[in-house]
Each structure stands twice: as structure tokens, then as C-alpha cells.
Design a protein around this ligand. Structure first.
Ligand code: PLP
Length: 430
């Protein structure tokens, strides 16, 4: 039977009506609701719950694209002196205000993976600095691959159980036993959405003469981060998730001010050199955060990331956090009422303060269910192997009605067995 998303099975809908009233009431009293109109939304029937992987496109980004067409076409190489050259630092200073950093401690460049490599390499090369890495298997796989590239024998990989709370005791023990180490973790875990206690763990590693390197990709824009207040030395993160910067938008890196002159980027590119246009034959690092640039910045994708950053600045991270928590809470209540009975298990923390902005549901048919949601009922979450479906809440544009409707459609997928044709599917990108 073909079920159109507009006419899901009436019995499923009826049993959930009381939550629809609540969703509508929450939307009508939501002070951030107006931000939704600032995004390109061409298909009102599509429920997009993957902003934790790729955020929606801000309407203002369309204008920036138009502006860039003309800047490139008419200003040509003059563009470098008219704003392009300063863009990495200018956007870095905006991001800094979102994460408790100083304007001269953040710069936008490269990808998160490359930035992680640069900072980990610089830390491990530091005289008297950490020689080993401590991390855990809830960390993003790309981060683990990058860290492993320094030698698997230099890395202590703590097992986390993936969906359980962070393995804090094991991490602390490893930090004590491998002193001084570089503690490299994700602040919000990509699979469970569990949030790590940044300030506590940073203090712990520093007490043992080590350093902390945090990946805040899944936090920035929705989960408050205070790098300065937490005393963090190093951090990286991406701009295309909750900052809505666009596919492949460049990432950022943070180096605490007092560490900048001591750290040497492993890639001595000309954009990280002191006065690159002197075209000297040997390298001399730029003063400050600029030394962590390497080659020519990708101006087109970097400029397009600015409207998304501006919107988060406009809305305010504490406000976004408040809405995100109310929304993940609402989703978990729907899970308790309707999803558990279909064989789902909650793969995210119930404790609000320990939760990021996505909620993970586990199911042994997760991939087929995810495919049915996408291809049959117009809901886009994502699947993470082996059994996780992530519902990403992006409070700038996700409504409570979206969340309600997504759960209605998920129940329809289950009661109508719409996942059955996908039981053998093996998509390349999930
Ligand atoms: C999304 C994400 C990345 C992405 O890395 P890229 O190099 O930008 O592809 C890395 N780490 C974490 C924790 C992420 O969530």
C-alpha cells in the first residue's frame, strides 16, 4: 500500500492528537519561530531532521552567492585586498563570541579533520608537551583516524559503549596513567548526542601536565561551549552543521592566546607565514592565530558560511539551547508514548544537561526504517551503523510540529511495514 505523507493511517494519527495540540501551542509561543522563514524551504511537506549533519540553506546565503559571482567577475584579484584576505580571521572572531573565546583565538580554515591534525601535531611536537593521546571510541571516526596517524601505539583508546554516558572514570584513569597526554575528545558525541564535561576533564588533564583538544563540531550553535572559562588550550569544529554554513564549508580552529607563539603548525604554507607577500624563500610563522592557516582559503564557500554564523549570533546560543532542550524533551516524550512499543530503544541521555541537540533511536532494522522514512514518507533523519537513527533538532528552523509529524510518520512506517522493501538496501551515503 502506498502511503502518502499527507494521509498517514488515521488510527495512528488519532491516537496522537493530544500531542499535536501541544506542538501547536509550543510553536505559537516560540520566540525563535520567525527564524524558520530565513531559510530556503522549497518543500513544505519535507521534514528535515538532519541539521546535525548538514544544516539548511539560509536565504541570505543565496544573496552572498550572487554577490560573490559579481565580486569574482568584476573585482578579480583586487578582491583579496577588498575583504577576501581578512575573511578567515573576521569569521573566526565571530565564531569566537559563540564559544567563549577571544576574537584573536579562532580562525576559519581547512576541514575539521585537517585542523585536528594540525593542532594535535603541534601539541605533540611541543617541547615538554604531551607525547601520547587519550581518546575514546565515541569520538568521530575521522578524528580517530587522524589521531591514529600519529602512531596507533601512541594512542590510548577507551571503550565507551557508544550509547552509554561518557566513560569518565576510564578517561580519568588513562589521563593519570599516561601523564602528560593530549586528551582529544568530542564535546558532543556524534552517535548518542551525549555531552562531555569539558571543564572537569580539561582541569583533570592539566593537573597531570597534559593538554586538552576538544572537537566541538556537534555542539557549536546549539550546546553552550565556554572554551575560555574551561581553560581549554585547543579546539576544532565545523561550520556546516548547526551553523548552516553549506556543504564542505571550511572549519575553524581555536588556540588559547598564550599557547599560540609556542605551537608550530606542521604545514608551513604561505598564508600562515609572516608577511606572505614578501615572497621570502624561507618560512617564518605569522604572529598569532594566523600561523595555523596553510594555503589559499576557499573564499567562495567561506563567504557563504557567514549568514549562518550571523543567525546563530542573532538568536543567541542560550536561547537556542533552551529551545533545543524543550524540543528534544518533547521528542523523548513522544518516544515514551509511541515508539518504544515498536521496538525502538533510546540511544541518547535522558538527563537534559547531558544531551546535545539530536536524539538517537536504536532499532535492529534501523537502516531499512531510515530508508523508508526518506523514500516513502518524506522525513530525513540519518542512519549511523549499526542500529542508530538520529533525529537532529536544529532550533533555528525545526518546529515542534515537525517533531510531532516525524513521529506520526515513523509510526506509520512501522504499522504499515513500509520498511520491508528496504531490508536488503546498502546505500553508500547515509
Ligand atoms: C562533522 C564532524 C567532523 C567532520 O570533519 P570534516 O573534516 O569537516 O569532514 C569531524 N569531527 C566531528 C566530531 C564531527 O562531528
Amino acid at each position: 500500500m502506498e502511503v502518502s505523507p499527507r494521509s498517514p493511517v488515521p488510527s495512528v494519527r488519532r491516537s496522537m492528537d493530544r500531542f499535536l495540540d501541544e506542538a501547536r501551542a509550543l510553536d505559537s509561543s516560540d520566540p525563535l519561530a520567525f527564524f524558520r522563514d530565513r531559510f530556503v524551504i522549497d518543500d513544505p511537506d519535507l521534514i528535515y531532521l538532519d541539521g546535525n549533519s548538514l544544516g539548511r540553506m539560509p536565504r541570505a546565503a543565496v544573496e552572498v552567492l550572487d554577490r560573490l559571482k559579481s565580486e569574482w567577475g568584476t573585482r578579480l584579484v583586487r578582491g583579496w585586498a577588498e575583504g577576501w584576505y581578512d575573511l578567515p580571521a573576521r569569521l573566526g572572531s565571530k565564531i569566537a563570541t559563540l564559544i567563549g573565546a577571544r576574537a584573536d583565538e579562532v580562525i576559519v580554515c581547512d576541514s575539521t579533520s585537517v585542523n585536528l591534525y594540525k593542532l594535535a601535531s603541534a601539541a605533540l611536537a611541543l617541547n615538554g608537551g604531551p607525547k601520547r593521546i587519550v581518546t575514546d571510541d565515541s569520538n568521530f571516526p575521522s578524528d580517530l583516524y587522524v589521531l591514529e596517524s600519529f602512531g596507533a601505539d601512541r594512542m590510548t583508546l577507551i571503550e565507551s559503549g557508544q550509547y552509554d554516558s561518557p566513560p569518565l572514570d576510564d578517561l580519568r584513569r588513562a589521563v593519570r596513567q599516561t601523564s602528560p597526554c593530549l586528551l582529544a575528545l568530542s564535546h558532543t558525541a556524534f552517535k548518542s548526542g551525549g555531552v562531555y564535561p569539558m571543564a572537569d576533564l580539561t582541569r583533570e588533564v592539566q593537573e597531570h601536565k597534559g593538554m586538552a583538544l576538544w572537537d566541538i563540531s556537534h555542539s557549536i550553535g546549539v550546546v553552550p561551549v565556554d572554551l575560555g572559562g574551561s581553560g581549554v588550550e585547543l579546539a576544532v569544529g565545523c561550520t556546516y552543521k548547526y551553523l548552516n554554513g553549506g556543504p564542505g564549508a571550511p572549519a575553524f580552529l581555536f588556540v588559547r592566546k598564550d599557547m599560540q607563539e609556542a605551537l608550530d603548525s606542521p604545514i608551513h604554507g604561505w598564508f600562515g607565514r609572516h608577511r606572505p607577500f614578501d615572497f621570502e624563500t624561507s618560512y617564518q610563522p605569522a604572529h598569532g592565530i594566523g600561523r595555523f592557516l596553510a594555503g589559499t582559503p576557499p573564499i567562495l564557500s567561506m563567504a557563504v558560511a557567514e549568514p549562518g554564523i550571523d543567525m546563530v549570533l542573532d538568536a543567541g546560543v542560550p536561547n537556542l539551547r533552551e529551545k533545543s532542550l524543550a524540543q528534544t524533551e518533547f521528542l523523548i516524550r513522544l518516544y515514551d508514548a509511541f515508539l518504544e512499543r515498536h521496538g525502538f530503544a533510546l540511544g541518547s541521555p535522558r538527563e537534559p544537561q547531558s544531551r546535545g541537540s539530536h536524539v538517537t533511536f536504536r532499532h535492529n532494522l534501523a537502516l531499512a526504517i531510515d530508508q523508508a522514512l526518506i523514500h516513502r514518507v518524506s522525513v530525513i533523519p540519518d542512519f549511523r551503523t549499526p542500529d542508530a537513527i538520529r533525529f537532529g533538532i536544529s532550533p533555528l528552523y525545526t518546529s515542534f510540529a515537525d517533531i510531532y509529524e516525524a513521529v506520526v510518520r515513523l509510526c506509520t512506517v512501522m504499522t504499515e511495514g513500509l520498511y520491508r522493501p528496504y531490508l536488503d538496501s546498502a546505500p553508500t551515503v547515509t
